[in-house]
Design a binder for this molecule. Structure first.
Ligand code: SF4
Length: 496
């Protein structure tokens, strides 16, 4: 018979980095309560961390829940919990539509999950608990991170903006800022465990400090990160152009461990559409920020999010987006076709565009952004790149290539010469760029490697999971790879 302490769990995550990070906390909480990660087969507790931002999110969730219903029929001990943005939004509807769900919890009370599971089991009835606002800052909760060398650190949750396409403000509430001392203490604790890269996470990092009355708080936080010994890379996501101030640019330029990269959502190049989206900056202001960032940080790589086909977008509006994209020279662009999100103001706007129009514009834009990314990447051939080695890319035996991220967050595949010491995930490799594609670089020359505290932490984690590396492991090109990738990366950020 399974005892409480032996119950296994699985967290299935949908959506943005916020959810990925919340899922790390859910895992930490469940393990703190005695659950163990499922090894194979179906877990005793399946938790869905849902997203309301993506199209058809509810259909996907109910499809998944439907599949589990059959398992619940044969195994009544199976518990199903649904949390995240869709749970916050749909709350009671979930147990009405899927009465076999045991627990529904919201974005503000993830810390209650173990207690709610226990209560559902004890009372033999579904528990729905949704709070309208945050009681404990989620970073106070235990976290089980996916990566040994990179970590997310929340600095704020919620958003005070009201972009008309976005469901976040109504689901995540007003911005709540975490105090700098707490954030820095968390980062130092992470570095002590071997983490060398952190990504500061907030819906709108530039307004960090608004809640405790310090407008310069984000720049100060970046500079304070620069003082942390052993911390090699600091990133952040996402800033909002309307609130972007020069003190942040100065802090980025003057703090060596803040990486030369900026992901700043543009969404549209048309000022008219930006107004309709209720985004208070205009394209000139946006381009002006890029000029100042590039003047202060000449090697800065800028990436963005764009929405094509917002209601009422004309061909002229779209051409404005093409113009701004051409001028901005983005290193990477995450391009989305507008689709209605129920509950957002834009969903009820007239002039929703026909799919064929949106598709055609999307394809034109994609061609442009891919051409620019390729040109930007090709301009790097011959330059030296420092790569933080990931644990996601398995070494290809034929090419001896491994993968990681450059300081600018570009994906780099590099060759490990046959007679060289191979890196462990978390080690830093330096190599020369020899080829470029729109989404990656190849650096097959000039290999050298620096072992880091993150690589040492990888060895310890491997030893703890019984896959003990041979003494002085990674002595040649056989470094072990293939553990799930939890690193902050150019993977699609939440769209702001
Ligand atoms: S898109 Fe970003 S900035 Fe706009 S309301 Fe949503 S979370 Fe806030």
């Amino acid at each position: 018979m399974t005892t409480t302490t032996q119950r296994s769990y699985e967290v299935r995550t949908f959506g943005c980095q916020m959810n990925v990070h919340d899922s790390e906390r859910l895992s930490g909480l469940l393990e703190g309560a005695g659950y163990v990660p499922v090894e194979d087969g179906l877990a005793d507790v399946v938790v869905f961390n849902t997203c309301a931002v993506r199209e058809n999110a509810d259909n996907k969730l109910y499809g998944n829940l439907g599949q589990l219903w059959e398992h619940k029929e044969v195994n009544p001990g199976l518990q199903i919990a649904v949390g995240g943005c869709l749970a916050q939004k749909d709350r009671d509807t979930i147990v009405k539509k899927a009465p076999w769900v045991d627990v529904v919890f919201g974005t503000h009370n993830i810390g209650s999950l173990p207690a709610l599971l226990e209560r559902a089991r004890h009372n033999n009835e579904a528990q729905v608990e949704i709070l309208e606002s945050l009681e404990t800052f989620p970073s106070d909760l235990p976290t089980k991170r996916d990566s040994t060398y990179a970590a997310w650190v929340s600095i704020s949750v919620g958003c005070n903006n009201t972009c008309t396409f976005c469901i976040v403000p109504s689901l995540r509430g007003k911005e709540k800022d975490r105090r700098p001392g707490e954030i820095l203490a968390e980062i130092k604790a992470l570095v002590a465990e071997g983490v060398i890269e952190i990504t500061l996470l907030g819906q709108n990092v530039n307004t960090y400090g608004v809640e405790f009355g310090d407008k310069g708080a984000f720049a100060k936080l970046l500079r304070a990160c620069g003082e942390i010994e052993g911390l090699e890379r600091v990133r952040f996501t996402s800033p909002h152009p309307a609130a972007f101030t020069d003190d942040v640019i100065d802090a980025m330029a003057e703090t060596p461990n803040v990486m030369p990269t900026l992901h700043m959502p543009l969404q549209s190049g048309s000022d008219r559409i930006l107004k309709e989206m209720r985004r208070s900056y205009r394209s000139d202001k946006y381009l002006g920020i890029l000029d100042r960032v590039r003047a202060a940080i000449p090697d800065a790589t800028i990436t963005t999010d764009l929405i094509v086909g917002f209601p009422g977008e004309t061909e002229e509006d779209f051409l404005e987006t093409m113009r701004v994209v051409e001028e901005a020279r983005f290193g990477a662009t995450y391009t989305f076709q507008y689709s209605k999100r129920p509950g957002t103001p834009a969903a009820t706007l007239p002039d929703q565009l026909p799919k064929a129009v949106v598709q055609e514009r999307y394809e034109r834009l994609l061609e442009l952004v891919n051409r620019i990314s390729l040109e930007e990447n090709q301009a790097l051939i011959g330059k030296t790149v420092e790569v933080l080695v990931s644990n996601g890319g398995r070494k290809d035996d034929a090419t001896h290539r491994m993968s990681g991220r450059g300081r600018d967050n570009r994906l780099v595949h590099f060759e490990v010469p046959a007679d060289s010491l191979a890196p462990r995930p978390g080690d830093l490799v330096t190599a020369t760029i020899t080829e470029a594609g729109p989404y990656h670089l190849i650096a097959d020359a000039g290999y050298s490697m620096r072992r880091t505290i993150a690589g040492d932490a990888w060895d310890r984690a491997e030893a703890a999971s019984c896959a003990v590396p041979a003494p002085g492991a990674a002595a040649t090109t056989g470094a072990k790879t293939g553990v799930s990738l939890g690193l902050p990366s150019l993977g699609k950020p939440h769209s702001h």
